[in-house]
Design a binder for this molecule. Structure first.
Ligand code: BEZ
Length: 252
């Protein structure tokens, strides 16, 4: 079993994801009329913003439920695996917010983005970077190990350093304008268990159903000293990797 997405549950537990993606749209600096691919568009909130800005946008996402939610906002969207993009020199830019960390074969993704871009096209995105949710990950690792389960065998996340991702982009032919890690502590509106149920399903499903609640409590107990304040509010230790790259005009 893997990660599944329910747009209504996602909006309840993670309304901050599209809101905090606005600076990435600013880095993209979209111009009216540009043809833009939103890679991992989710429920289409930011895709809709690009439409409002006058762009000709297509969203793609691996989740049929999310694509349906995006379409119901009036956003053109298709179900597609980001590891196997099928476009050929169609887009002025590829944009991605909070999605690339779910794609664990980054070179396949980057190769597909390269093919999808016209020469001179931009690849601008933000994803979880090295050190992202490290307190939560350490707690998951310890509680899984206590039950004979391996965090590494289950891990669905990819959080590279800025240097690693830059190197991968350059190896594919991109000119990298910026690649930086940005610590961004992120308040969790429905607490840590709400976050785990939304983003850590792969780990929770490995734990027998009858033990899941106790597992979440144990993860909370480990994280509490770092991530919960004296008023009971939870803040996740997010670190973003934000980057901007270009396919050179003279690219073959
Ligand atoms: C993130 O957006 O950083 C994130 C999403 C899912 C799991 C872990 C981190």
């Amino acid at each position: 079993m893997g990660q599944t997405w329910d747009p209504a549950v996602y909006e309840q537990h993670a309304p901050f994801v599209p809101r905090l993606g606005v600076p990435v749209v600013e880095l993209l600096a979209p111009r009216p009329g540009e043809r833009i691919l939103d890679l991992g568009c989710g429920d289409g909130m930011l895709t809709a913003l690009l439409v409002e800005m006058g762009c000709d946008v297509l969203g793609v996402d691996a989740s049929p439920e999310m694509v349906e939610a995006a379409r119901s906002r009036g956003v053109p969207a298709r179900v597609m695996d980001g590891h196997a993009l099928t476009f050929q020199e169609e887009f002025d830019a590829v944009f991605s917010n909070a999605a690339l960390h779910w794609m664990t074969k980054p070179d396949e993704v980057i190769a597909g983005v390269w093919r999808a871009l016209k020469p001179g096209g931009r690849f601008v995105g933000e994803m979880g970077g090295h050190g992202n949710v490290q307190t939560i990950a350490a707690a998951l690792r310890a509680e899984l190990a206590a039950r004979g389960l391996s965090f590494d065998a289950l891990n669905p996340w990819y959080f590279p350093t800025d240097a690693e991702y830059r190197q991968r982009l350059e190896a594919a032919g991109f000119v990298v304008h910026t690649a930086m890690l940005i610590p961004r502590p992120t308040p969790l509106p429905t607490g840590l268990t709400g976050w785990l149920e939304t983003f850590a399903q792969r780990f929770l499903e490995a734990v027998p159903r009858a033990e899941r609640e106790a597992f979440c409590r144990a993860v909370e107990d480990r994280c509490r000293p770092v991530l919960q304040d004296s008023e009971g509010r939870w803040t996740a230790d997010y670190v973003r990797l934000r980057f901007s790259a270009e396919k050179p005009k003279n690219a073959a």
